[in-house]
Ligand binder design. Structure first.
Ligand code: 1HE
Length: 270
Protein backbone atom coordinates (compact mmCIF):
# COMPACT_ATOMS: atom_id res chain seq x y z
CA UNK A 1 0.00 0.00 0.00
CA UNK A 2 1.59 3.29 -0.98
CA UNK A 3 -0.85 5.52 0.93
CA UNK A 4 0.03 6.37 4.56
CA UNK A 5 -2.81 5.11 6.74
CA UNK A 6 -3.16 6.41 10.27
CA UNK A 7 -5.59 5.07 12.89
CA UNK A 8 -8.99 6.78 12.98
CA UNK A 9 -9.74 8.79 16.13
CA UNK A 10 -12.87 9.60 18.13
CA UNK A 11 -15.82 7.21 18.11
CA UNK A 12 -14.30 4.95 15.44
CA UNK A 13 -11.25 4.30 17.64
CA UNK A 14 -13.49 2.79 20.32
CA UNK A 15 -14.82 -0.03 18.10
CA UNK A 16 -12.85 -3.05 19.29
CA UNK A 17 -13.84 -5.53 16.55
CA UNK A 18 -12.78 -3.22 13.74
CA UNK A 19 -9.43 -1.70 12.92
CA UNK A 20 -10.11 1.59 11.19
CA UNK A 21 -7.54 3.82 9.55
CA UNK A 22 -7.55 6.69 7.09
CA UNK A 23 -5.28 7.96 4.33
CA UNK A 24 -6.52 11.18 2.79
CA UNK A 25 -10.03 10.62 1.45
CA UNK A 26 -9.94 6.81 1.86
CA UNK A 27 -11.11 5.00 5.00
CA UNK A 28 -9.92 1.42 5.57
CA UNK A 29 -12.22 -0.69 7.73
CA UNK A 30 -10.69 -4.04 8.66
CA UNK A 31 -12.74 -6.77 10.34
CA UNK A 32 -10.55 -7.59 13.33
CA UNK A 33 -11.83 -10.82 14.83
CA UNK A 34 -9.40 -13.28 13.21
CA UNK A 35 -9.59 -15.89 16.02
CA UNK A 36 -13.25 -16.40 15.04
CA UNK A 37 -12.53 -15.96 11.31
CA UNK A 38 -14.24 -12.55 11.49
CA UNK A 39 -17.60 -14.20 12.22
CA UNK A 40 -20.29 -11.53 12.39
CA UNK A 41 -21.46 -11.25 16.00
CA UNK A 42 -24.22 -8.78 16.91
CA UNK A 43 -21.55 -6.44 18.22
CA UNK A 44 -19.55 -6.59 14.99
CA UNK A 45 -22.67 -5.86 12.93
CA UNK A 46 -23.48 -2.90 15.19
CA UNK A 47 -19.91 -1.62 14.91
CA UNK A 48 -20.11 -1.74 11.11
CA UNK A 49 -23.38 0.19 11.27
CA UNK A 50 -21.85 2.77 13.62
CA UNK A 51 -18.85 3.18 11.31
CA UNK A 52 -20.85 3.82 8.18
CA UNK A 53 -23.21 6.33 9.80
CA UNK A 54 -20.25 8.17 11.34
CA UNK A 55 -17.80 8.41 8.46
CA UNK A 56 -15.20 11.07 9.23
CA UNK A 57 -15.52 14.31 7.32
CA UNK A 58 -13.43 14.27 4.16
CA UNK A 59 -13.82 10.53 3.54
CA UNK A 60 -14.92 9.97 -0.06
CA UNK A 61 -14.43 6.21 -0.45
CA UNK A 62 -13.98 3.22 1.84
CA UNK A 63 -12.35 -0.20 1.72
CA UNK A 64 -13.47 -3.19 3.81
CA UNK A 65 -11.07 -6.10 4.37
CA UNK A 66 -10.61 -8.92 6.89
CA UNK A 67 -7.71 -9.72 9.19
CA UNK A 68 -6.25 -13.24 9.25
CA UNK A 69 -6.67 -16.09 6.76
CA UNK A 70 -10.29 -15.39 5.82
CA UNK A 71 -12.40 -12.39 4.89
CA UNK A 72 -15.43 -13.52 6.89
CA UNK A 73 -17.01 -16.78 8.15
CA UNK A 74 -20.53 -15.30 8.17
CA UNK A 75 -23.01 -15.20 11.03
CA UNK A 76 -21.55 -15.98 14.46
CA UNK A 77 -23.29 -19.32 14.88
CA UNK A 78 -22.65 -19.38 18.63
CA UNK A 79 -25.12 -16.50 19.09
CA UNK A 80 -27.96 -18.17 17.19
CA UNK A 81 -28.99 -20.89 19.60
CA UNK A 82 -31.33 -19.05 21.98
CA UNK A 83 -33.25 -16.77 19.60
CA UNK A 84 -37.06 -16.97 19.19
CA UNK A 85 -39.03 -16.00 16.06
CA UNK A 86 -39.58 -12.36 16.97
CA UNK A 87 -35.95 -11.90 17.92
CA UNK A 88 -34.94 -13.59 14.67
CA UNK A 89 -36.85 -11.03 12.57
CA UNK A 90 -35.36 -8.12 14.50
CA UNK A 91 -31.89 -9.65 14.21
CA UNK A 92 -32.21 -9.88 10.45
CA UNK A 93 -33.49 -6.31 10.30
CA UNK A 94 -30.44 -5.19 12.28
CA UNK A 95 -28.20 -6.72 9.61
CA UNK A 96 -30.30 -5.03 6.92
CA UNK A 97 -29.83 -1.65 8.58
CA UNK A 98 -26.06 -2.11 8.80
CA UNK A 99 -25.59 -3.38 5.25
CA UNK A 100 -28.01 -0.78 3.83
CA UNK A 101 -25.82 1.84 5.44
CA UNK A 102 -22.86 0.39 3.53
CA UNK A 103 -24.68 0.15 0.20
CA UNK A 104 -26.65 3.39 0.47
CA UNK A 105 -24.33 5.39 2.70
CA UNK A 106 -22.34 8.48 1.84
CA UNK A 107 -19.43 6.90 -0.05
CA UNK A 108 -18.64 4.05 -2.46
CA UNK A 109 -17.21 0.98 -0.73
CA UNK A 110 -14.68 -1.52 -2.12
CA UNK A 111 -14.49 -5.00 -0.53
CA UNK A 112 -11.13 -6.77 -0.56
CA UNK A 113 -11.71 -10.53 -0.32
CA UNK A 114 -9.51 -13.50 0.54
CA UNK A 115 -10.07 -16.97 1.96
CA UNK A 116 -13.61 -17.79 3.05
CA UNK A 117 -16.35 -15.37 1.96
CA UNK A 118 -19.25 -17.41 3.21
CA UNK A 119 -22.82 -16.95 4.40
CA UNK A 120 -23.17 -13.53 5.97
CA UNK A 121 -19.63 -12.78 4.78
CA UNK A 122 -20.88 -12.96 1.20
CA UNK A 123 -23.91 -10.87 2.18
CA UNK A 124 -21.52 -8.23 3.54
CA UNK A 125 -19.35 -8.37 0.41
CA UNK A 126 -22.40 -8.03 -1.83
CA UNK A 127 -23.50 -4.86 -0.03
CA UNK A 128 -20.25 -3.21 -1.18
CA UNK A 129 -20.06 -1.54 -4.57
CA UNK A 130 -16.92 -3.21 -5.95
CA UNK A 131 -15.28 -6.50 -4.97
CA UNK A 132 -11.57 -7.29 -5.39
CA UNK A 133 -10.73 -10.98 -4.82
CA UNK A 134 -7.34 -12.49 -4.06
CA UNK A 135 -6.54 -15.93 -5.51
CA UNK A 136 -7.37 -17.71 -2.22
CA UNK A 137 -10.96 -16.42 -2.18
CA UNK A 138 -13.84 -18.87 -2.16
CA UNK A 139 -17.56 -18.22 -1.90
CA UNK A 140 -20.20 -20.35 -0.23
CA UNK A 141 -23.71 -20.12 1.18
CA UNK A 142 -23.78 -22.92 3.81
CA UNK A 143 -27.09 -21.71 5.26
CA UNK A 144 -28.88 -24.73 3.74
CA UNK A 145 -26.52 -27.12 5.55
CA UNK A 146 -27.03 -25.25 8.85
CA UNK A 147 -30.84 -25.27 8.69
CA UNK A 148 -30.95 -21.53 8.03
CA UNK A 149 -31.81 -19.05 5.28
CA UNK A 150 -29.94 -15.91 4.37
CA UNK A 151 -30.98 -13.00 6.60
CA UNK A 152 -28.47 -10.25 5.87
CA UNK A 153 -29.87 -9.09 2.55
CA UNK A 154 -28.34 -11.93 0.53
CA UNK A 155 -31.57 -12.99 -1.19
CA UNK A 156 -32.03 -9.45 -2.52
CA UNK A 157 -28.41 -8.61 -3.37
CA UNK A 158 -26.66 -11.83 -4.46
CA UNK A 159 -29.08 -12.72 -7.30
CA UNK A 160 -28.51 -9.21 -8.67
CA UNK A 161 -24.82 -10.14 -9.03
CA UNK A 162 -25.01 -13.75 -10.21
CA UNK A 163 -28.67 -14.56 -10.94
CA UNK A 164 -31.24 -16.56 -8.99
CA UNK A 165 -30.21 -19.90 -10.58
CA UNK A 166 -26.59 -19.73 -9.34
CA UNK A 167 -27.61 -18.67 -5.87
CA UNK A 168 -30.21 -21.46 -5.74
CA UNK A 169 -27.51 -23.98 -6.70
CA UNK A 170 -25.11 -22.63 -4.05
CA UNK A 171 -27.76 -22.86 -1.34
CA UNK A 172 -29.32 -26.21 -2.30
CA UNK A 173 -26.16 -28.16 -3.11
CA UNK A 174 -23.55 -26.34 -1.03
CA UNK A 175 -21.63 -25.53 -4.21
CA UNK A 176 -18.55 -23.43 -3.54
CA UNK A 177 -17.12 -21.08 -6.18
CA UNK A 178 -13.37 -20.48 -6.26
CA UNK A 179 -11.82 -17.10 -7.00
CA UNK A 180 -11.76 -17.55 -10.78
CA UNK A 181 -15.30 -18.90 -10.99
CA UNK A 182 -16.42 -16.08 -8.72
CA UNK A 183 -14.95 -13.48 -11.02
CA UNK A 184 -16.37 -15.17 -14.12
CA UNK A 185 -19.92 -15.17 -12.71
CA UNK A 186 -19.83 -11.62 -11.33
CA UNK A 187 -19.14 -12.07 -7.63
CA UNK A 188 -15.92 -10.06 -7.98
CA UNK A 189 -14.91 -7.45 -10.54
CA UNK A 190 -11.14 -7.84 -9.99
CA UNK A 191 -9.04 -10.96 -9.43
CA UNK A 192 -5.54 -10.35 -8.06
CA UNK A 193 -2.65 -12.39 -6.67
CA UNK A 194 -2.39 -13.37 -3.03
CA UNK A 195 -1.51 -10.41 -0.83
CA UNK A 196 -2.23 -7.88 -3.60
CA UNK A 197 -5.88 -7.20 -2.79
CA UNK A 198 -5.52 -4.35 -0.35
CA UNK A 199 -3.19 -2.33 -2.56
CA UNK A 200 -5.59 -2.77 -5.49
CA UNK A 201 -8.63 -1.97 -3.34
CA UNK A 202 -7.00 1.18 -1.99
CA UNK A 203 -5.90 2.26 -5.48
CA UNK A 204 -9.47 1.85 -6.74
CA UNK A 205 -10.83 3.76 -3.74
CA UNK A 206 -8.35 6.59 -4.32
CA UNK A 207 -9.49 6.82 -7.92
CA UNK A 208 -13.17 6.76 -6.92
CA UNK A 209 -12.47 9.53 -4.38
CA UNK A 210 -11.36 11.83 -7.21
CA UNK A 211 -14.75 11.73 -8.92
CA UNK A 212 -17.30 14.45 -8.29
CA UNK A 213 -19.17 13.36 -5.13
CA UNK A 214 -22.53 13.86 -6.84
CA UNK A 215 -21.53 11.53 -9.70
CA UNK A 216 -20.55 8.88 -7.15
CA UNK A 217 -23.85 9.52 -5.36
CA UNK A 218 -25.75 9.00 -8.62
CA UNK A 219 -23.94 5.73 -9.28
CA UNK A 220 -24.40 4.26 -5.81
CA UNK A 221 -27.90 5.61 -5.09
CA UNK A 222 -29.66 5.94 -8.43
CA UNK A 223 -28.24 3.01 -10.41
CA UNK A 224 -29.49 0.15 -8.18
CA UNK A 225 -32.88 1.86 -7.79
CA UNK A 226 -33.24 2.35 -11.54
CA UNK A 227 -32.45 -1.36 -11.93
CA UNK A 228 -35.44 -2.05 -9.65
CA UNK A 229 -37.77 0.20 -11.68
CA UNK A 230 -39.66 -0.40 -14.90
CA UNK A 231 -37.88 0.88 -18.00
CA UNK A 232 -40.19 3.88 -18.26
CA UNK A 233 -39.73 4.86 -14.59
CA UNK A 234 -36.01 4.14 -14.80
CA UNK A 235 -35.54 6.44 -17.79
CA UNK A 236 -37.43 9.20 -16.01
CA UNK A 237 -35.32 8.78 -12.84
CA UNK A 238 -32.19 8.80 -15.01
CA UNK A 239 -33.16 12.13 -16.60
CA UNK A 240 -33.69 13.74 -13.20
CA UNK A 241 -30.42 12.39 -11.81
CA UNK A 242 -28.46 13.38 -14.92
CA UNK A 243 -29.83 16.93 -14.80
CA UNK A 244 -28.98 17.26 -11.09
CA UNK A 245 -25.43 15.97 -11.60
CA UNK A 246 -24.61 18.13 -14.62
CA UNK A 247 -26.00 21.30 -13.05
CA UNK A 248 -23.39 21.44 -10.28
CA UNK A 249 -20.52 23.96 -10.42
CA UNK A 250 -18.11 21.05 -10.05
CA UNK A 251 -19.46 19.36 -13.19
CA UNK A 252 -19.22 22.62 -15.12
CA UNK A 253 -15.61 23.12 -14.03
CA UNK A 254 -14.70 19.55 -14.99
CA UNK A 255 -16.25 20.01 -18.45
CA UNK A 256 -14.44 23.32 -18.90
CA UNK A 257 -11.17 21.66 -17.91
CA UNK A 258 -11.62 18.99 -20.56
CA UNK A 259 -12.58 21.45 -23.27
CA UNK A 260 -9.52 23.59 -22.45
CA UNK A 261 -7.22 20.54 -22.59
CA UNK A 262 -6.57 20.53 -18.81
CA UNK A 263 -8.22 17.17 -18.03
CA UNK A 264 -7.13 13.61 -18.69
CA UNK A 265 -8.33 11.68 -21.73
CA UNK A 266 -9.89 8.25 -21.59
CA UNK A 267 -7.03 5.80 -22.17
CA UNK A 268 -6.65 2.03 -22.23
CA UNK A 269 -5.63 0.64 -18.82
CA UNK A 270 -2.05 -0.70 -18.74
C1 1HE B 1 -16.99 -19.51 14.13
C2 1HE B 1 -17.54 -19.35 12.85
C3 1HE B 1 -18.88 -18.90 12.77
C4 1HE B 1 -15.51 -20.05 12.63
N1 1HE B 1 -19.54 -18.65 13.91
N2 1HE B 1 -17.69 -19.25 15.24
N3 1HE B 1 -20.99 -19.74 8.55
C5 1HE B 1 -20.50 -21.00 8.37
O1 1HE B 1 -21.23 -21.96 8.36
C6 1HE B 1 -19.02 -21.11 8.23
C7 1HE B 1 -18.45 -21.79 9.45
N4 1HE B 1 -17.00 -21.70 9.50
C8 1HE B 1 -16.19 -22.50 8.72
O2 1HE B 1 -16.62 -23.22 7.85
C9 1HE B 1 -14.73 -22.43 9.01
O3 1HE B 1 -14.54 -21.90 10.32
C10 1HE B 1 -13.92 -21.54 8.02
C11 1HE B 1 -13.86 -22.24 6.66
C12 1HE B 1 -14.53 -20.16 7.85
C13 1HE B 1 -12.49 -21.35 8.56
O4 1HE B 1 -11.91 -22.61 8.84
P1 1HE B 1 -10.60 -22.66 9.76
O5 1HE B 1 -10.16 -24.11 9.79
O6 1HE B 1 -9.64 -21.63 9.33
O7 1HE B 1 -11.08 -22.20 11.25
P2 1HE B 1 -11.90 -23.04 12.34
O8 1HE B 1 -10.95 -23.89 13.13
O9 1HE B 1 -13.08 -23.73 11.75
O10 1HE B 1 -12.48 -21.86 13.26
C14 1HE B 1 -11.66 -21.12 14.15
C15 1HE B 1 -12.55 -20.62 15.27
O11 1HE B 1 -13.53 -19.76 14.74
C16 1HE B 1 -13.31 -21.75 15.95
O12 1HE B 1 -13.51 -21.38 17.30
P3 1HE B 1 -12.58 -21.97 18.48
O13 1HE B 1 -13.08 -21.29 19.71
O14 1HE B 1 -12.79 -23.47 18.46
O15 1HE B 1 -11.17 -21.59 18.11
C17 1HE B 1 -14.65 -21.73 15.23
O16 1HE B 1 -15.69 -22.28 16.02
C18 1HE B 1 -14.84 -20.25 15.05
N5 1HE B 1 -15.75 -19.95 13.95
N6 1HE B 1 -16.61 -19.69 11.94
C19 1HE B 1 -18.95 -18.83 15.10
N7 1HE B 1 -19.48 -18.69 11.59
C20 1HE B 1 -27.84 -13.23 8.70
S1 1HE B 1 -27.96 -14.81 8.17
C21 1HE B 1 -26.36 -15.35 7.76
C22 1HE B 1 -26.31 -16.82 7.91
C23 1HE B 1 -24.92 -17.34 7.82
O17 1HE B 1 -23.95 -16.64 7.72
S2 1HE B 1 -24.83 -19.04 7.86
C24 1HE B 1 -23.15 -19.38 7.58
C25 1HE B 1 -22.36 -19.43 8.84
Amino acid sequence: MTAEFTPAGGLLATLDLLQISQAGAVLHVRLARPAKRNALSDTLIQQLHTTFINLPEGVRAAVISGEGDHFCAGLDLSELMERDVGEGVLHSRMWHAAFDQIQFGRVPVVAVLHGAVVGGGLELASSCHIRVAEASTYYGLPEGQRGLFVGGGGSARIPRLIGVARMTDMMLTGRVYDAQEGQACGLAQYLVGEGEGLARGVALAQRIAQNAPLSNFAVTQALPRIADQSQSEGLFTESLMAAVAESTPEAKERLRAFLEGRAGKVVKQP
